[in-house]
Design a protein around this ligand. Structure first.
Ligand SMILES: NC(=O)c1ccc[n+]([C@@H]2O[C@H](COP(=O)([O-])OP(=O)(O)OC[C@H]3O[C@@H](n4cnc5c(N)ncnc54)[C@H](O)[C@@H]3O)[C@@H](O)[C@H]2O)c1
Length: 430
């Protein structure tokens, strides 16, 4: 295939050379003269594994954008989406926050759109926050710009290996045809790697949240290291134990959004550890942060209950399921009880129970625990069911709201609404 790379910087050039190494023809375009010089001198200023060999063999040429758009069967776009230095992580976290700068991406898309003469898959691989493509890119492209968002999970220094051996290909597309076409192309790069196809907004989120997962793991590892140092434990033994926990910790368990954890151990252990953290003067009480985050999540759920109750109908509220985990009736430390506490503190009349007859009158039901039997409940028509686990089936005449399922619903918390209004005024300032 003829593959065009627009934006041949640290990511784009190495990805282009990697694609070429799989037998495709590759050409590039860049607003900077530097990539052309790299190809001429067969040398790049940044250290990248396999770059010498790839540069020695390459027949890649830099051409005009017009020529590239006419020649390519598929175009990749990899312009920078920079942050200012203060957001790089090499200095203390500033008080302010900002989105990435999308000026290069917007300009790059605008230019490509201008030169396309036939419908061409245009694959954006730059890093953006969720919602960016819809806001910044979709309004400026025409029908020939067949947009796919497909970022790579690549680390600088190992672009060649990471690109050619992905855990999975991430494909965010509007049309199934474009997603299928790109998946076929990726099969020629790494046969057998699964393709995760989703919508563009979710793909944008997956790219950055994948990185957050790594940050969370390293923060935890370093927290344990500091604890070990301060309390006289051996951190590598702690991690040997965690590595052996392949049935629960190092597994696909606990990777489902729903309610916080509970029971007779987790919350109280974390609260005791928070005491210990203060006692040994830990540099940061992450245990407290975990418990606060767990509580704030319940505040968010309480916001949802309140909004639906007041904005849609004034229905009696019930938290259905107060146990700390499915198929038990033990409710020690349960997040459903925490939600109930918060609703009570806010003056929202409700019941919080394991079972209730909801067949005779409509209710606003919040599923507080993922008991299987609730899927067979006969809710009275007119009921609203809020399901944080996304497992409840559709019920005729009942509105089932599955949290985090995709389309954002119209009901917003007051905090969300304030944020959204600010974002509409200036998306980069929030
Ligand atoms: N470097 C990596 O390993 C890596 C990994 C994952 C994701 N990313 C993401 O990929 C994107 C690119 O990162 P990078 O490190 O390669 O940046 P970079 O600054 O090294 O390269 C970007 C290139 O795009 C060019 N460019 C800008 N506007 C252009 C336009 N209108 N037309 C043509 N070329 C244009 C620039 O001249 C530059 O050569 C960023 O969003 C980054 O976050 C990078």
């Amino acid at each position: 295939m003829n593959v065009g790379m627009v934006g041949c910087g640290k990511l784009g050039l190495m990805v282009a050379l990697s694609i070429e190494s799989r037998g495709h023809w590759v050409r590039g375009y860049d607003i900077s003269a530097a990539p052309k010089q790299y190809l001429l001198k067969r040398e790049i200023p940044f250290k990248e594994a396999h770059s010498e060999e790839l540069l020695r063999k390459t027949q890649m040429e830099m051409v005009s954008l017009e020529e590239l758009c006419q020649w390519a069967d598929i175009l990749f776009l990899a312009p920078q989406t920079p942050h200012i230095d203060a957001y790089e992580g090499a200095t203390p976290l500033p008080d302010t926050r900002a989105d990435f700068n999308y000026d290069y991406l917007v300009e790059c898309v605008r230019e490509v759109n201008r030169y396309l003469i036939q419908r061409t898959p245009c694959v954006v691989i730059s890093t953006v926050l969720p919602g960016t493509i819809e806001r910044e890119v979709l309004p400026i492209i025409g029908a020939k710009f067949d947009l796919v968002y497909s970022p790579q999970f690549i680390a600088m220094g190992t672009v060649y290996n990471d690109f050619l051996n992905p855990e999975f290909w991430l494909i965010g597309a509007r049309s199934p045809a474009a997603a299928t076409l790109l998946a076929h192309f990726y099969e020629t790069i790494c046969y057998g790697a699964p393709a995760l196809k989703t919508d563009i907004r979710t793909a944008e989120g997956i790219k950055v949240l994948y990185n957050t997962f790594i940050t969370a793991k390293t923060v935890l590892a370093n927290l344990y290291g500091e604890m070990a140092h301060r309390c006289g434990m051996k951190v590598d033994d702690i991690y040997r134990a965690l590595e052996l926990s392949t049935r629960r910790l190092i597994s696909t368990k606990y990777l489902k959004a729903g309610m916080g954890d509970g029971g007779g151990c987790h919350p109280r252990d974390n609260i005791a550890l928070s005491w210990l953290a203060r006692n040994v003067n830990l540099s940061y009480d992450f245990f407290e942060s975990l418990m606060v985050a767990r509580e704030k999540h319940c505040e968010f759920l309480a916001d949802l209950v309140e909004e639906y109750r007041w904005q849609v109908h004034q229905l009696p509220v019930v938290i259905l399921g107060r146990a700390f985990k499915p198929e038990t009736n033990i409710d020690t430390g349960s997040p459903a009880r925490l939600l109930s506490f918060i609703l009570k503190r806010r003056g929202v009349a409700h019941s919080c129970t394991e079972d209730k007859d909801v067949t005779k009158a409509p209710h606003l039901v919040f599923i507080g625990c993922q008991h299987e039997r609730y899927t067979r409940y006969q809710f009275a028509p007119g009921s609203i069911v809020i399901d944080p686990f996304r497992y409840m089936p559709d019920v005729p005449g009942v509105e089932v709201i599955r949290i985090g399922e995709g389309e954002r619903r119209g009901v917003l918390s007051s905090k969300d609404r304030a944020l959204q209004s600010a974002a509409l005024l200036d998306p980069r300032a929030v």
